[in-house]
Design a protein around this ligand. Structure first.
Ligand SMILES: C[S@@+](CC[C@H](N)C(=O)[O-])C[C@H]1O[C@@H](n2cnc3c(N)ncnc32)[C@H](O)[C@@H]1O
Length: 275
């Protein structure tokens, strides 16, 4: 059981700043939202919250928008049950369906079964969707794959289902590691799952690296990812908003990567790069 804070943000004017605020909040650890008439409610694990980090968000310095907020500690809730109730299947181009065991299966679609638990915030759906969309066009056969920030390991599972060879899944969060182990078993795939960060890398090289995390982590960790990516290998990124793309591409270019494909969904972007 993890403790959560509920933030009540009043935003004037609401549009488009509600979307931009949510994107910035996700980057500092908020993992779900409810949209209200005058703003948004946002939720973050108590242990992840630092007031300084919130106040440093660029949106608070923007003269075109006024944001007021208050917050309170939430009563202890079983978030696994809450998220399970709110988790709906994700349909990617009528080809791939990410669903929980309790959802109906859809004939003709490739399925990935996950138990969302705490490692799957509802705000992350568009980025997961974009990553799978990019992955549908990549040949994974026999490739050595790394899924950084694996969450439920949905991407690592899909890579294995597409014929990937040894696949490693790493997440900083112990809940995600536990959940990934269950999901790998659920989909009958073998993953090497580890709790950690880019600091754990260095011993092995990969043909394809998947990293759906967030702007700041990616900016700091892309050079490490590239150091363990084989020549000609692919790096697939998401967790980015359209306004983060220039900063990310600068780091990618400095690290010797070439942009091959960019996809956008709502304000979210995914980039396919090659070494
Ligand atoms: C947006 S979710 C992506 C989950 C999944 N890969 C997907 O595409 O649906 C980002 C994940 O990255 C993890 N994470 C955050 N910072 C990290 C870091 N520095 N290293 C590894 N994982 C991290 C979070 O715990 C979370 O599970």
């Amino acid at each position: 059981m993890q403790n959560y804070l509920e933030f009540n943000f009043k935003i004037t004017p609401l549009q488009p700043w509600n979307e931009i605020l949510m994107a910035e909040l996700i980057e500092i650890g908020f993992d779900s939202f409810t949209e209200e008439i005058h703003g948004i409610l946002g939720y973050i694990q108590t242990e992840l919250f630092h007031e300084d980090q919130l106040k440093a968000l660029s949106i608070f310095e923007n003269e075109n928008v006024k944001i007021e907020y208050s917050y309170e500690e939430m009563p202890n809730i079983n978030w696994n049950e809450e998220w399970e109730k709110n988790f709906s299947p994700i349909n990617i181009d009528d080809k791939v369906l990410i669903r929980a065991e309790f959802h109906e299966s859809v004939p003709g679609m490739h399925e990935i079964i996950i138990q969302p638990k705490m490692s799957f915030g509802t705000g992350h759906h568009p980025t997961t969707h974009l990553m799978i969309q990019q992955m549908m066009d990549i040949d994974f056969t026999g490739k050595k794959v790394l899924d950084m920030g694996c969450g439920t390991s949905v991407l690592a599972i899909y890579a294995k289902q597409q014929g990937a060879g040894d696949t490693k899944a790493i997440d900083i969060d112990e809940w995600s590691v536990e959940n990934s182990k269950e999901n790998a078993a659920r989909n009958s795939v073998e993953l090497d799952i580890e709790q950690g960060t880019a600091e754990n890398l260095g011993k092995e090289n990969y043909d394809i690296i998947l990293a759906n995390i967030n702007r700041n982590i990616l900016i700091s960790d892309i050079p490490t990812y590239v150091s363990v990516l084989n020549e000609g290998g692919k790096l697939l990124l998401s967790g980015l908003c359209f306004f983060d793309v220039d900063d990310i591409l600068e780091v990618c270019k400095e690290s010797g990567l070439t942009l091959k494909k960019k996809l956008q969904r709502e304000e979210w972007v995914s980039l396919l790069l090659e070494k």
